[in-house]
Structures are given as structure tokens and as C-alpha cells.
Design a protein around this ligand. Structure first.
Ligand code: 5GP
Length: 191
């Protein structure tokens, strides 16, 4: 997605060869017009897949996922990283290792927000090692839903997540797949 790639080149900053900072339009401050275009692009790519729910992981996936859900005309479900201490409902949980925080957390879903007949599109801001995406998929499959694909706004193609998901049989769409990066350098894969 050209518009997104240009924005990453303009405002993104590779902190090192592994971590890309995009906090001026995606992770901290959010550009809603760009997110609207991101949502339209995901909706276009998954238009024929009968998506009934868009699922994301709090918190940086919420903006692109909400816009995707809006474009597809379906609801969005947020997988929570923290749970209220009053566990009065039927929940599903799985442990995920966080790339950026270098620690594990419990990903949580209230079962009533996903039905076995749901066809789910998982949207996240970044795809790196795939831990978050595989965690989301584990929960969704525990709920009996079908995962039709994973959409990453930015995928770091030099890290194993995208490849591992595809090898496991999941469709992955990355709007800005990064081939390599370093100080002052961000290079994308060709579409
Ligand atoms: P994974 O689970 O695929 O290893 O990492 C995905 C999660 O880690 C994303 O949800 C994202 O929040 C965070 N993440 C991974 N790599 C980066 C990065 O380069 N920059 C930022 N800002 N977040 C990242």
C-alpha cells in the first residue's frame, strides 16, 4: 500500500535493525485518515472471504481493526491483555510472549463474543515473530471460529512470523512488508 509505505518512510524511525517506531501515526498518536485507508485496503483484500468479525489485540491493533470492521460492515472484538479480577463470565485464555516488552501476558476473550460459525479476520499493527497472531488464532480456534486470514499493517518480513503463519496454512496480508531496516534505512518488499 503505497500511501502507507510513503508515510513510514517519512515519519517512521528504525530504532535499530529490529524495531520500527511509528508512534506519530499508528502506535501512540493515530492518523485516522490513514487508518481509514488501511481499513479500506484490508476490506478490499478480504472482500470475498465472508468475514463476520474482525479481531485484534489491544491496544495498537484497535485503530486499524476498527476501520477494517467499519469497511467490512462487521463488529470488531478486542482480545484483552489484562482481565478484570471479577471473572464472572466464561472466558478463554492463552499465554503470549510480547516482542516489545520481552515478557509473557495472558490474552483473554469472553466466549460470548465469538460463535463457532464466525469467520474471523485478525488485524494487528505489526507482525514480527508471530507470537501475538498465533496466540489470537489459538483463542479463536478454541472458540470454534474459522480464521480466514491475518492482516498486518506492517510486517517485518526478516522476522519469522509471516513465514510461520503461511507455513501453518494461514493467509497473511501485509500492507507494508519491510525487507530490512537499520539506522536511516527502511526497505520494503515488492508487492
Ligand atoms: P509478534 O508477536 O509478531 O512477535 O509481535 C507483534 C506485536 O509486537 C505487535 O502487536 C506490536 O505491538 C509489537 N511489535 C513488534 N515489532 C514491533 C516494532 O518493530 N515496532 C513496534 N512499535 N511494535 C512492534
Amino acid at each position: 500500500m503505497e500511501l502507507l509505505k510513503q508515510r513510514i518512510l517519512k515519519d517512521g524511525k528504525a530504532l535499530n535493525e529490529q524495531v520500527l517506531m511509528v508512534d506519530s501515526f499508528l502506535n501512540h498518536q493515530v492518523d485516522p485518515r490513514l487508518m481509514q485507508e488501511v481499513g479500506r485496503e484490508f476490506a478490499r483484500r478480504f472482500a470475498g472471504d465472508g468475514v463476520t468479525k474482525v479481531v485484534t489485540i489491544e491496544s495498537s491493533g484497535i485503530a486499524p481493526a476498527a476501520m477494517t470492521a467499519l469497511s467490512l460492515g462487521v463488529d470488531m472484538v478486542i482480545l484483552k491483555k489484562s482481565v478484570s479480577s471479577i471473572l464472572c463470565e466464561d472466558i478463554l485464555q492463552t499465554e503470549v510472549f510480547s516482542f516489545t516488552k520481552q515478557k509473557t501476558y495472558q490474552l483473554t476473550l469472553k466466549r460470548r463474543f465469538l460463535a463457532p460459525e464466525d469467520r474471523v479476520l485478525v488485524i494487528d499493527d505489526f507482525l514480527a515473530n508471530g507470537e501475538a497472531a498465533f496466540g489470537a488464532i489459538r483463542l479463536l480456534e478454541q472458540a470454534g471460529a474459522l480464521v480466514v486470514g491475518v492482516g498486518a499493517v506492517i510486517a517485518k518480513a526478516f522476522q519469522p512470523g509471516m513465514e510461520k503463519l503461511r507455513e501453518a496454512g494461514y493467509r497473511v496480508e501485509a500492507l507494508a512488508p519491510v525487507k530490512r531496516m537499520g539506522e536511516g534505512l527502511i526497505e520494503f518488499l515488492e508487492d
